[in-house]
Design a protein. Structure first.
Lengths: 505, 307
């Protein structure tokens, strides 16, 4: 009797634990897609576009807002809320503001809203982490019913690449709600408006009827938070998600056989590079740095570890950035030459510390370590948590380690946002000092003439080639995956606008 | 009884305070969130200015004093990352954590105890060895592996259950199984030991001699006596289930406080971490207190006032 009772109990428990219903979201084959679901690795930190600037936050909130200017498919800066602009002098720009644009609350977007948005992000009281991107702006005024005049501290060529990221917020709503409430219930003029934000779970958006650029492609869009990449892939396979962000090269390669899915990837403005400390340790000797540049085999890294999701580069900049100079040569892979240089420097067997954090692919770190050991250096990997890594990497030269990987994007597609902070003397990231180099990058950010700027950058990269404070490794690819019905072209600046997505081929 | 409870509460308060202080100091000495917040390429002046604005340039002892002063006013501060009150962020996650812990406990207890009792009753037979293998798998399979396997089999291949997220009860099944598996094995082993222990005692033989069936003896008498160690384990397991759900929550995209804790530690969102630590340590303390009190209910021989 006891045994039977036990048997029944076990069976009952087994049944209770068994699934009761299947749940797979249907794929709307044929008719219009009602709801578009995107899996992101993280929730938005803020939905106020003037606060956090991390990929997951802006992937969501940029769909709620319009930008002053934007980039077209070819990467050219084109009008969005500004319809035209002109330089009144080298530091004063006048913008014409589009009429007929309304915010989600029905109020019209005015020149006053644009001027307010610019002043808000540069106001220290907002404590915006993005302030550094806009700090060359000294004033913004509505100078007419549909005109805004903006002044910069000095002539500033990177202004427009930065303004691509400036979302326009409604002055009245921000002032009425206050910063904290506006972050939780943002109002924009973009193609989608916020329906609900369940922190840590999902953000639901609904189409903004009467959007000035036309009807948004889906009545509703949901961004879900799915931290584990294997789970994002499972969601995609079962149709629970239509698109997922941030896949590794391995997951992307594994997906190639699945006819229901597609991998969408694009070479971005993000540069993978090897930092080499020019101010401290064995790498203070330029011959050791040149030896390192000769010892690294880019094509092996790209083919074997990145599965081809990367393009080799000669310099610490990608072709997607202004200031890229293809004529500057790189260091060819030549272990013999590397060994000779080390011998000349008396640095055979020199001990280098290679700082890294979970933000960097451990396999890449180990592959580079192996390549450097092969030419006779002793490389010790120092694994740190990311805040500690940043503190050391940005701290004193003698604490910054000899080597570390970097994956850098300024989201501005301009050399000024890359090699200025990385190598300009005195910068947080710079462990290098050469007045001739400083003069070139300083000059390039003070003139508006593009040809003149390119000349400065060519000379700057020639100096960097001699001094090797960093080795360009590869142009990073952004990798997304989507159901096969999705038609969308990813962009080099890693922007994701649902408005540009189409469903069905 | 009341004095005992008061004394235990005081001890618990000191423990919680100590944990809070340790976490505060460790977090502060491992870097602050400023560098994680600024975009790449921010200048030294901007980093310093933001750090000053956020108050992380002050000495740790000053920050700690300010923190305690705020705590006394029940102000837990704002998240520097999300710019909303830390308490609201954590409170929003607690229901999910409770749901998952509840589901996992149901599976752990509902499967573990019957399996353990069965193993005791059937000890030495093939059936016990079979169940022992089952228990071993539950105990030794790491959740990041079992979680992905469950998703692959029941989510992708069979399509019976959602692969991730929080839509309804069906979403709760897989994460509960993954999380409950380890505790299930603990319950099974504890229940087996306790029942085997009791089965050897005189009252069992006496009961059988009185003509009661083996089932009736186990159900009416043995289980009640075997319950005490199992209840202790249950109380401790609740704490583990609340705090140990980090991996399961990440794999299944379940928005509980384990996932939040990891994210907040990574982004050095100090005040959110503090609130989570406070919550988890309170739960631990409360649970062990409840276990103590539960003994009294189950076993009148235990006298609490002397403890």
């Amino acid at each position: 009797m006891l045994k039977r009772a036990l048997g029944i109990a076990l069976l009952a428990v087994g049944l209770a634990a068994a699934p009761s219903s299947a749940q797979v979201s249907g794929q709307g084959g044929g008719q219009a897609k009602q709801s578009f679901v995107v899996d992101l690795p993280n929730d938005a930190a803020t939905l106020d576009p003037h606060l956090q600037w991390d990929t997951d936050s802006y992937t969501i909130y940029r769909n709620l807002f319009d930008n002053l200017v934007t980039r077209d498919g070819a990467g050219k800066i084109v009008p969005q809320i500004a319809t035209a602009w002109r330089y009144l002098d080298d530091t004063t720009i006048e913008f014409d503001i589009r009429s007929g644009v309304t915010f989600h609350d029905g109020s019209p977007l005015t020149a006053e809203d644009v001027a307010f948005s610019i002043r808000r992000i540069v106001d220290p009281a907002l404590k915006s982490p993005q302030l550094s991107q806009f700090d060359q702006i000294v004033s913004a005024e509505a100078s007419g019913p549909a005109k805004v005049t903006l002044k910069t501290r000095t002539p500033y060529p990177a202004l427009f690449p930065q303004l691509v990221k400036l979302s326009i917020v409604p002055k009245a709503a921000v002032e009425r709600l206050g910063d904290q409430a506006f972050n939780l219930a943002p109002v924009g003029s973009g193609p989608y408006k916020l329906l609900s934000w369940q922190k840590g779970v999902q953000t639901a958006l609904a189409a903004h009827e009467g959007y000035w650029r036309g009807k948004p492609p889906f009545p509703s869009v949901t961004f879900r938070v799915v931290p584990d990449v294997a789970t994002r892939v499972a969601d995609l396979r079962t149709g629970r998600a239509d698109m997922v962000r941030q896949l590794g090269p391995d997951e992307a390669a594994a997906m190639k056989g699945d006819g229901q899915l597609q991998v969408l990837s694009v070479p971005t403005e993000r540069i993978g590079y090897l930092f080499v400390n020019a101010l401290a340790g064995p790498t203070a000797d330029v011959r050791v740095r040149r030896a390192i540049a000769h010892a690294v085999d880019r094509s092996t890294l790209i083919e074997a570890l990145l599965q081809g999701f990367g393009n080799p580069v000669n310099i610490v900049l990608t072709p997607a950035n202004f200031g890229y100079v293809p004529e500057v040569k790189g260091y060819e892979f030549d272990p013999a030459k590397a060994r000779a240089l080390l011998k000349e420097a008396g640095a055979e067997g020199a001990a280098l510390s290679f700082l890294t954090s979970p933000a960097y692919d451990r396999r890449l770190v180990e592959a580079v370590q192996q390549m450097l050991q092969d030419v006779g250096l002793k490389v010790e990997i120092v694994a740190l948590d990311h805040p500690t890594f940043l503190r050391r990497r940005q701290g004193r030269p003698d604490e910054a380690g000899s080597l570390s990987l970097g994956r850098w994007s300024c989201a501005c597609q301009d050399a000024d946002g890359v090699i200025f902070p990385l190598f300009r003397s005195g910068g947080l990231w710079s462990k290098y000092s050469n007045p001739a180099y400083d003069a070139e990058v300083d000059a390039a950010r003070r003139i508006l003439d593009e040809k003149g700027r390119l000349g400065h950058y060519r000379r700057a990269f020639e100096i960097l080639r001699e001094d090797v404070p960093g080795v360009g490794l590869y142009q990073d690819f952004a990798i997304y995956a989507a159901r096969k019905e999705v038609s969308w072209t990813p962009t080099p600046n890693e922007a994701f606008f649902v408005f540009d997505v189409k469903w069905g081929r | 009884m009341a004095r005992f409870a008061a004394w235990r509460l005081l001890q618990a308060g000191i423990a919680v305070f100590g944990v809070m202080t340790i976490v505060f100091v460790i977090m502060r000495f491992s870097g602050d969130p400023t560098l994680l917040l600024v975009p790449e390429g921010a200048s030294r002046e901007h980093v310093d200015a933001l750090r000053r604005e956020l108050g992380f340039d002050r000495p740790v002892i000053v920050q700690y004093g300010a923190y305690l002063a705020d705590l006394l006013r029940l102000d837990f501060g704002n998240s520097v990352v999300q710019r909303v009150p830390a308490v609201d962020i954590v409170a929003g996650r607690i229901p999910y954590t409770l749901m998952l812990a509840g589901g996992a406990l149901l599976i752990a207890f509902g499967v573990g105890v019957p399996v353990g009792v069965a193993m005791a009753v059937w000890r030495g037979r093939a059936a016990e060895r079979l169940l022992a293998a089952f228990v071993l798998v539950g105990q030794s399979m790491p959740t990041f592996l079992s979680g992905i396997l469950l998703i692959l089999v029941f989510g992708v291949l069979l399509g019976w259950l959602p692969t991730s997220g929080t839509g309804g009860l069906s979403s709760l099944v897989l994460p509960s199984v993954a999380l409950g598996a380890v505790s299930m094995s603990t319950f099974a082993r504890m229940a087996r030991i306790a029942v085997v222990d009791e089965l050897g005692k005189d009252y069992v033989r006496a009961g059988r001699a009185r003509g009661l069936s083996a089932g009736a003896v186990v159900m009416r008498h043995v289980l009640r006596n075997a319950a005490i160690p199992v209840v202790t384990i249950a109380a401790l397991e609740v704490g583990n289930l609340l705090a140990g759900a980090v991996i399961v929550e990440t794999v299944f995209a379940w928005p509980g406080i384990g996932q939040l804790a990891i994210q907040s530690i990574q982004s050095r969102d100090f005040l959110v971490v503090q609130v989570i630590v406070l919550f988890v340590s309170l739960v631990y303390v409360l649970m062990s207190l409840l276990a103590d009190l539960a003994y009294a209910v189950l076993d009148p021989r235990i006298r609490l006032h002397g403890a």
